[in-house]
Design a protein around this ligand. Structure first.
Ligand SMILES: *Cc1c(COP(=O)(O)O)cnc(C)c1O
Length: 420
């Protein structure tokens, strides 16, 4: 176990200290959204109590204050992902909007009929549908890197898909459904050898892994605040300056312009060119406190703790299989783990044979345990695996080994029920 002070970490999360259905809440749905520390909640309240004003426009004190705080978050995320320049960080509503922005601006300008876009079998819908939309519009072709049974990309097949027709490789860094960490550095190097651009969906990776966009040399990275202990409705699109400058604006409106007349409008510099309208100022400001929270603990300490939780969970599920096999001499194991990649973050999907994942989710909820059930916005992945959904437990820095034990005990009871 790591050297984290879990009690003091948990004490920063007021939501964790409640009972659900008469049991202490066990929150294992962190891949869907993480809880928010008190500092983030306080920052939101303080912003609306003392600082609220529109940014970048007025000469008055409150406007200056909120502008400074808003831009402070931009500097913090720049450092967090090690972007070369602060202007390379654009605020969006989330990963979904960040990917749509690239598909609709870069894609509209640079994709042509016959060009190819490569994604993977394990993409979240938000890194599939925007590419389907622009490919259809442009006559470009979407190609998919297959996976093995463990949920790992087949890199030889990736090599075969790459060609001079490849213009974009859009790849999830860490799978939300399986926990797989993809070899993104290798993916990027290989794509660049063919002159293709690479976008990484960083929704899950950014809370678990160290992020260095310059070292990775990715062209775009999509980040989500709400998966990273920050507020919902905020995301970041990192893009290399020369790409962002070459791209047309996403939406038209205020803030993104330099000068407007009825004859002609000139666009603002990056990042403002892509930030039309009044942004989600309060939530962007509060997001900084989430990043500070992560920085204070340190990614290495966070992932060491989360990996210990994952190991205990996987070992426990394996032990239930062994015990049940002895007890019932069933041919089939009662639990099938889904997603057993060698490189993983603290996400474990599984199915209980003979029990629908939705029923399992309801019964776990009755014990105060929050997990995700269903397709996890990855229907093509579920189809590939021959499943209509899984039960997914996903762990975060504030979860404990004791909670994993409570969860395993509850799963053991479900297995008994499914055998009746
Ligand atoms: C949550 C998630 C998304 C969507 O992110 P939003 O910020 O909620 O739009 C995309 N991809 C993955 C892998 C995710 O986990």
């Amino acid at each position: 176990m790591s050297k984290l002070d879990i009690i003091s970490i948990r004490n920063q999360f007021p939501i964790l200290h409640q009972e659900v259905n008469g049991k202490p809440l066990v929150y294992f749905d962190n891949a869907a959204t993480t809880q928010k520390p008190q500092a983030v909640i306080d920052a939101l309240v303080k912003y609306y109590n003392t600082d609220n004003a529109n940014i970048h426009r007025a000469a008055h004190t409150l406007a200056a204050r909120s502008t400074d705080m808003f831009e402070d978050t931009r500097k913090t995320i720049q450092a967090f992902i090690n972007a070369k320049e602060v202007e390379e960080c654009i605020f969006t509503k989330g990963v979904t909007e960040s990917i749509n922005l690239v598909a609709q601006t870069w894609g509209r300008k640079f994709l042509q009929a016959g060009d190819e876009v490569i994604i993977t079998t394990m993409e979240h819908h938000s890194n599939i549908v925007p590419w389907q939309m622009i490919c259809e519009e442009k006559g470009a072709i979407l190609k998919v890197i297959p996976i093995n049974e463990a949920g790992e990309l087949l890199m030889d097949d990736y090599d075969k898909l790459l060609s001079s027709k490849t213009k974009m490789v859009a790849c999830v860094w860490v799978s939300n459904a399986l926990g797989t960490i993809n070899p993104v550095k290798e993916i990027i190097q290989k794509a660049h050898a063919f002159g293709a651009i690479v976008l990484l969906d960083g929704a899950q990776a950014c809370s678990h892994l160290a992020v260095d966009v310059q070292d990775l040399d990715c062209d775009f990275l999509a980040v989500s605040s709400h998966k990273l202990y920050g507020p919902t409705g905020v995301g970041v699109l990192y893009g290399k300056r020369e790409l962002l400058e070459a791209m047309p604006p996403y939406q038209g409106g205020g803030e993104m312009i330099k000068e407007v007349s009825f004859e002609k409008t000139t666009y603002n510099e990056i990042p403002y060119k892509f930030e039309a309208g009044t942004p989600n100022i309060g939530d962007v400001i509060a997001f900084k406190y989430a990043l500070d929270f992560v920085n204070e603990i340190g990614k290495e300490n966070i992932s060491a703790h989360e990996n210990a939780l994952l190991k205990q969970c996987v070992d426990g599920l394996d032990a239930i299989n062994v015990k049940t096999l002895h007890a019932t001499s069933l041919q089939d194991k009662p639990i099938t783990l889904i997603g057993t990649a060698k490189q993983k973050v603290s996400v474990q999907s599984f199915v209980i044979n003979g029990m629908h994942h939705f029923d399992a989710g309801m019964m776990l909820d009755a014990k105060g345990i929050a997990v995700r059930t269903g397709h996890h916005c990855t229907q093509p992945l579920m189809n590939r695996l021959g499943l209509d959904g899984t039960i997914r437990a996903s762990f975060s820095v504030y979860n404990t080994l004791e909670e994993v034990d409570v969860f395993l005990e509850a799963v053991q009871r479900l297995v008994k029920l499914s055998n009746k």
